[in-house]
Design a protein around this ligand. Structure first.
Ligand SMILES: Cc1cc2nc3c(=O)[nH]c(=O)nc-3n(C[C@H](O)[C@H](O)[C@H](O)COP(=O)(O)OP(=O)(O)OC[C@H]3O[C@@H](n4cnc5c(N)ncnc54)[C@H](O)[C@@H]3O)c2cc1C
Length: 377
């Protein structure tokens, strides 16, 4: 077992850490307030090669392994979990194409990402969240085309993405067996954007409703076979969950660093609050949780790279790391007292940002079901 990082991984980490210090942290509060990523930053994310991380080398991308991507997402999470979410959604929306795309589909999708464009993964609907099998968006065959009708909700990068991985049902009332994936370019007639969510946290990332009104797609837009969508979606979520864990670890690390610094500076009863053992105990527990979460995330990323079954470990990493982010950000705010609660410091943003990590890409209740299923069956 080797816990050291390769020189390439260290180099990537440094590049992203520099970007975070110069281009993300100074603007994180502004992006949180305004709701959206600064256009200058979008360009820099593309130029730095962060929007096409999983595009293979032969297709013009860096083709990075999961471990290196995990390291990169942890760094982004340290700067702004909203920005990290938008970037990570690109991997989420690209994995299905990597998995089942034809050469033509890969070329189209990967080229957009290589040009620094955003992509989106659209599974959730108003009445289909945890229960993905109840997707109501229909895809009806019409000669050599499909006609799609329905609404997708809570879609990260909705509106700002150039391409959408949309899951629709090709066999009405067949549940998960009817789920089929489609590649839908922005601008396709009948495809529009609805309500933009006004969110509690990760406000730099855009979350939007998608409306499909008689969207006519050629058969060549279908990804994989009819009815293969559920498997594609689940494999994709398995592959992406360690990355939610990685962003959570970065977020928790930033909150911990801030709490340590503050506790050494803030004086009460004539001494720094860091000298109080109750505060020290909180810091020690926070540090233990962050370290354990990081190791679980690394293990899940490593297993992902070995090409072995890792659903349980992916769920463990996502669940533990996001619970850690929630606990550590809450305690960081507690250590900072009233100042933590004020917008003067990023503590309250960290806490607001952490909450979504326990909800998206499968709630932590669903992760616990995945883990328990693997233990029992
Ligand atoms: C900011 C944001 C970004 C998102 N981005 C995307 C995206 O890019 N693409 C996308 O497709 N979706 C996205 N989502 C949707 C997200 O994945 C869903 O919100 C999530 O899966 C939960 O679905 P739901 O909100 O409908 O909750 P529900 O499924 O209605 O769950 C409500 C509660 O019931 C619990 N619950 C449900 N079923 C069970 C069960 N069987 N056992 C125990 N408890 C259960 C849940 O854990 C939860 O606590 C995003 C959501 C948000 C808020």
């Amino acid at each position: 077992m080797d816990f050291s990082l390769s020189s390439e991984q260290l180099e990537f980490r440094k590049i992203v850490a520099d970007l975070v210090e110069k281009e993300i942290k100074p603007y994180a509060a502004e992006m949180d307030r305004e709701g959206g990523i600064r256009p200058e930053l979008i360009k820099k994310l593309g130029d730095t090669g962060l929007l096409n991380l999983i595009v293979p080398e032969e297709s013009g991308g860096p083709g990075l392994d999961g471990m290196t991507i995990g390291i990169i997402y942890e760094e982004l999470g340290k700067g702004c979990a909203g920005v990290a979410t938008s970037v990570a959604a690109n991997s989420l929306a690209t994995y299905p194409v990597l998995l089942r795309g034809t050469e033509e589909q890969k070329k189209y999708h990967f080229n957009l990402l290589n040009e620094g464009k955003f992509a989106a993964f659209a599974l959730t609907e108003p009445n289909a969240g945890s229960d993905a099998g109840s997707v109501a968006t229909g895809a009806v065959k019409d000669g050599s085309h499909y006609i799609l009708n329905g609404t997708k909700t809570f879609i990260t990068n909705g509106g700002i993405a150039e391409v959408y991985l949309v899951f629709a049902n090709t066999r009405k009332s067949a549940g998960i067996r009817g789920l089929t994936a489609f590649i839908v370019p922005k601008g396709t007639p009948g495809f529009s954007f609805g309500k933009k969510e006004d969110k509690m946290g990760i406000r730099a990332s855009t979350t939007c409703e998608l409306i499909l009104d008689n969207v006519r797609l050629p058969e060549s837009s279908r990804l994989g076979r009819e009815g293969e969508g559920f498997r594609i979606a689940m494999n994709t979520l398995d592959a992406a969950r360690p990355f939610v864990g990685a962003v959570s670890v970065g977020l928790a690390q930033s909150a911990l660093d801030m709490a340590v610094k503050y506790s050494k500076e803030r004086r009460q009863f004539g001494q720094p609050i860091a000298s109080f053992q109750l505060v020290q105990a909180m810091l020690a527990d926070m540090s233990m949780r962050v370290e354990a979460a990081r190791l679980l995330v690394f293990k899940a990323c490593w297993l992902r790279d070995q090409g072995v079954e890792f659903s349980r470990e992916a769920a463990i990493a996502k669940c533990y790391a996001s619970d850690t982010a929630m606990e550590v950000t809450t305690n960081a705010l507690q250590i900072m007292g009233g100042y933590g609660y004020s917008k003067e410091y990023p503590a309250e943003k960290y806490m607001r940002d952490a909450k979504i990590m326990q909800i998206y890409e499968g709630t932590n209740q669903i992760q616990r079901l995945v883990i328990a299923n693997k233990l029992i069956y």
